[in-house]
Ligand binder design. Sequence first.
Ligand SMILES: *Cc1c(COP(=O)(O)O)cnc(C)c1O
Length: 346
Amino acid sequence: MADPLKYVRKNILALKPYSTARDEFKGGDISVWVDANESPYNNGVNRYPDPHQKLLKEKISLAKGGISVDSIFVGGAGSDEAIDITFRVFCEPGVDNAIVITPSYGVYGVAAAINDVALREVQLNDDFTLPVDKFLAAADEHTKLMWICSPNNPTGNAYAVEQLEALADSFDGILVVDEAYVDFSDKGSLLPRLPKHPNLVVLQTFSKAWGMAGLRAGMAFACKEIIDLYSRVKYPYNMNGPTQAELMKRMDCDISEKVSEIKAEAEWLARNLAKARCVRNVYPTDANFLLVKFDDANAMYDYLIDNGVIVRNRSTMPGCAGCLRITVGTPDENRRIMKLINEYNS
Ligand SMILES: *Cc1c(COP(=O)(O)O)cnc(C)c1O
């Protein structure tokens, strides 16, 4: 198996991380904490949080089938933080490049541009399947990363685990699979396959199925060697204490009922949208949103706004002409949207 460290930037391999006051403290029965220049007055947030999020990672490990805590990175700015760190760990600015599918999530492009990494965009097939031959043709010796979002935003479809594994095996670089919507998908996660693929990074988030977008918490999973580097590159206290505590509290609740409801509602919406006169196509979804092609997407977008409903206009994205992306709402919201669309121009 390929050594994933061979794709890492030399300065990152050599990096000595900042050592926090709490890193240097190795345990003992301490009752007076005067090592970190904090305020001594307890107001609930006067102490620095755990920079390694140890308890939170143990909880995530349990929730994710016992994956080793050494294989978990958590970010306090959502998975967007993990996306940025991935570029910083692997890509030499101005030299290395990365492959992305298009249409896909816009943050990969922004993070690449900030890090001065050239993106090689490979357009999905017309049915949004992966053009695997084109990926391998787009790669050269400076291609360090390949980004696949599955289920993909905004197309909604997920790729088979076996296909992504085959891609990881054939790609001479790091394959990053963004599974932000995986909890809604029946096609499964790559997480259980991680030990077989040292060049695989899997991203997940608390923002979608977990219902905690407001907390800004994301996760990356990879072999220990890669996660060690992410931990060195991250800001020392990259997730604040209240967020760590809130996540641990809220992770105890069961999201499966809400996920089932959203999946059932997605089916209801898809079925009804397909019958609407102004709709040309409803793409199959493995996520909590639908990509829908309208006769006139811009007019529909404006009409919905005039009626207090905001959807995402994706009609200028490659392969998405005429398309709006509609997130599944509550049953009441979905019925309101459907009523508006049925009343359009009638
Ligand atoms: C929403 C989304 C995320 C989540 O981002 P956070 O920063 O964790 O909120 C990640 N990837 C994709 C493709 C998304 O659509």
